[in-house]
Design a protein around this ligand. Structure first.
Ligand code: FAD
Length: 264
């Protein structure tokens, strides 16, 4: 069956066209075109928009806004987004990163979605053609989303405040066993004053490790200080068993990798 591709100069027009049954928004196409090629008959056509704002990275006064069509490669090479380069480079190999968009990554099912893990730790907002949502709210309801994501926004973390780790079995571009991102703030004496920890591959979508976050407050990033957080790291997780790793294995290695990231 032939698949139609319709391109619109504005998000508004693309959004109107997306109301037709069987249409899907096209980001970089690394997932959705593959799904169509592999026989997903629910897809009858693709819609995309070339509105310039979708492809722009804007940074002003520490506030970052990344258009939904911006690719992982563009993020990885942006000089002012150096703290996030590692997370953007965690997505596939160079060919995938040249296509894979921020917008598409928000919808990528586990074991994908590495950059979204970073965005969740950064407490990003997701803007659609209907308005702005906290990323957690967006992720919880992403299956029912029919809007076009236009941008993500977040505050640049303080220097050294953002950490990211992806564990995979095939280096350097394998799919994740798990990924972890943290945004921590510490007092002058090193005591943790605020913590956000996001996990990838520990559920069907990126989630926060809330119990571990809570257990870190008031502690220092030493082996003893982080021990209570590691003990509760898998509270609320429900990792999948897939060809990459079993659920049991993911739960076993989570505290090991979280510990390494916190002590790094
Ligand atoms: C070989 C290979 C390796 C990969 N490795 C990784 C990896 O290591 N880590 C990782 O995270 N991912 C990986 N991926 C998955 C994928 O490439 C990325 O998650 C990518 O960011 C998806 O973005 P995309 O623009 O290609 O999405 P698309 O395929 O274009 O779209 C994916 C879904 O999101 C929807 N969508 C896209 N953009 C928007 C928007 N702006 N508004 C509303 N809906 C939208 C589409 O309709 C579709 O349902 C890999 C894929 C392949 C094929």
């Amino acid at each position: 069956m032939a698949l139609a591709l319709q391109t619109f100069p504005t998000v508004e027009d693309a959004g109107a066209a997306l109301k037709a049954a069987g249409t899907r928004y096209l980001g970089g196409g690394t997932l959705v075109v593959r799904a169509a090629n592999e026989g997903d008959v629910s897809i009858s056509g693709f819609i995309r928009s070339t509105e310039p704002a979708l492809s722009i990275i804007r940074i002003s006064g520490g506030e970052v806004r990344i258009g939904a069509s911006v690719t992982m490669a563009a993020i990885a090479r942006h000089p002012d987004l150096a703290p996030l380069a590692h997370a953007a480079r965690a997505v596939g190999g160079p060919a995938i990163r040249n296509m894979a968009t921020v917008g598409g990554n928000l919808f990528a099912p586990t074991p994908y979605g590495d950059f979204t893990v970073a965005l969740l730790a950064l407490d990003a907002t997701v803007t659609t053609d209907y308005g702005e949502l906290p990323i957690e709210t967006f992720l919880a309801k992403r299956e029912s989303n029919h809007a076009i994501v236009t941008a993500v926004g977040f505050t640049l973390p303080k220097e050294g405040g953002f950490r990211f780790l992806k564990q995979s079995r095939v280096k350097p571009k394998g799919v994740a066993v798990l990924s972890i991102a943290t945004v921590l703030e510490q007092a002058q004496d090193g005591t943790v004053t605020s913590a956000r920890i996001a996990l990838g591959c520990m559920a069907d979508r990126p989630i926060r490790a809330r119990a571990a976050e809570k257990a870190l407050i008031g502690r220092k990033l030493t082996a003893d200080g982080i021990a209570p957080a590691l003990a509760v790291a898998h509270d609320g997780t429900s990792p999948p068993t897939d060809p990459i790793a079993s659920a049991w294995y993911r739960n076993e290695v989570l505290p090991v990798h979280l510990g390494r990231l916190l002590l790094a």
